[in-house]
Design a protein around this ligand. Structure first.
Ligand code: GAR
Length: 208
């Protein structure tokens, strides 16, 4: 049973999808042992409390740069024997040692079909604003491993979502979450915990 840490920064709907997947048995080879938030007072923490999951707040604002912040997160992971990290709406780009020690053990969900609308500056609602601005007809979500290139690690799962005429960034964000993120993130986490993801260079092979 792998010990899972979930990193959050906001509402935590993806965390909720993971909690629900654990309850329903979709995630069965891992257990969420810790939630780490980069901000105080976010609703994701209420979700952790309600599910009786231990949590810590490690505020990004207390650190001068992403690397010193990432080093503190690494300490927390090692102290808690964490085997896999899930970034679920986590708004800091991880840097330095943590990426080496947890190579191919950090999983992120991104609200677009990588390599579109990704990289530095593409996060949260902004991703959907850019997709609508460009006029694409299909977007979606991607679950991938984290490496030192923002949104550049090996892709695990993707799911497409159609854009509709009257979409606003908020409406589109909700559809992408409901139809894609909340489904493929728990599936990818279970695939990882069950040892079913083979990594070859920057590609994955899923053993179903
Ligand atoms: C989600 O759409 C997630 O994909 C996105 O932020 C939202 C967080 O929602 N993450 C990124 O943009 C990271 N690059 P949540 O807090 O309700 O899960």
């Amino acid at each position: 049973m792998l010990n899972i840490a979930v990193f959050v920064s906001g509402g935590g709907t993806n965390l909720q999808a993971l909690i629900d997947a654990q309850k329903s048995g979709i995630i069965k080879n891992g257990k969420i042992g810790l939630v780490v938030s980069s901000k105080e007072g976010v609703f994701a923490l209420e979700r952790a409390k309600n599910a009786n999951i231990p949590y810590v707040v490690c505020p990004r604002k207390d650190f001068s740069d992403n690397e010193s912040y990432s080093n503190e997160l690494l300490k927390i992971l090692e102290e808690n024997n964490i085997g896999v990290v899930v970034l679920a709406g986590f708004m800091t780009v991880l840097k330095g040692e943590i990426l080496k020690k947890y190579k191919n053990k950090i999983i992120n969900v991104h609200p677009a079909l990588i390599p579109s609308f990704c990289g530095d500056g593409f996060y949260g609602l902004k991703v959907h604003e850019k997709a609508l601005e460009y006029g694409v007809k299909i977007t979606g979500a991607t679950v991938h491993f984290v490496n030192d290139v923002t949104d550049g690690g090996a892709i695990i799962l993707q799911k497409s979502v159609e854009i509709e005429n009257d979409d606003t960034p908020e409406i589109l964000q909700k559809r992408v979450m409901e139809q894609a993120e909340w489904k493929i993130l728990p599936l990818a986490v279970e695939l990882f915990c069950a040892g079913k993801i083979e990594i070859s260079g920057n590609k994955t092979i899923i053993k179903r």
